[in-house]
Write a protein that binds this ligand. Structure first.
Ligand code: HEC
Length: 129
């Protein structure tokens, strides 16, 4: 094997490593790790995977209803509490029981969201058209 050939292979390997490094860096810059305290209600909705059932932006899927005109039925405080623990609301609200009938699983509780985070999600939900 000639010397220039060996060098070019090494150079190519280095260039490849650099390229992957740069791609990794670019990806990291594209999604900076922001503290949860800075995330909007919509971002929290995606972060804790409400969208797994309700779809992106609350558009609805076969696992959860479309989230629309929420403010017509909910105060912000009730909404925030419902997200923390939905079961008691279902028990006393016939409309919710009727709504959940079309889905195989119930809305689950979200104890992993803080009071403040639930309020931000509730504000975002309340503004949905
Ligand atoms: C496992 C699937 C699932 C997940 C995850 C889920 N939901 Fe739900 N959600 C439902 C179902 C099903 C209902 C219907 C009522 C019920 O079962 O309590 C519902 C009902 C609702 C309602 C009431 C809608 C109305 O018209 O009054 C709101 C608001 C809501 N979800 C918000 C959220 C938010 C916010 C999150 C994330 C913090 C979330 N959901 C996560 C399945 C889910």
């Amino acid at each position: 094997m000639s010397l220039p050939h060996r060098i070019s292979r090494r150079t190519a390997a280095l260039a490849l490593a650099l390229a992957f490094g740069l791609i990794g860096l670019a990806a990291a810059c594209g999604q900076p790790a922001r503290p949860r305290s800075e995330l909007s209600g919509a971002e929290l909705f995606a972060l804790v995977k409400c969208d797994a059932c309700h779809g992106p932006g609350g558009a609805g899927t076969f696992l959860g209803p479309r989230l629309e005109r929420i403010a017509a039925n909910w105060s912000r405080a009730d909404l925030s509490e419902y997200i923390r623990d939905p079961a008691p609301f279902r028990e006393r609200d016939a409309r919710l029981r009727e709504l959940s009938r079309g889905f195989t699983a119930h809305m689950r509780a979200f104890p992993e969201l803080s009071d403040d985070e639930r309020d931000r999600v509730a504000d975002w939900l309340s503004a949905l058209p």
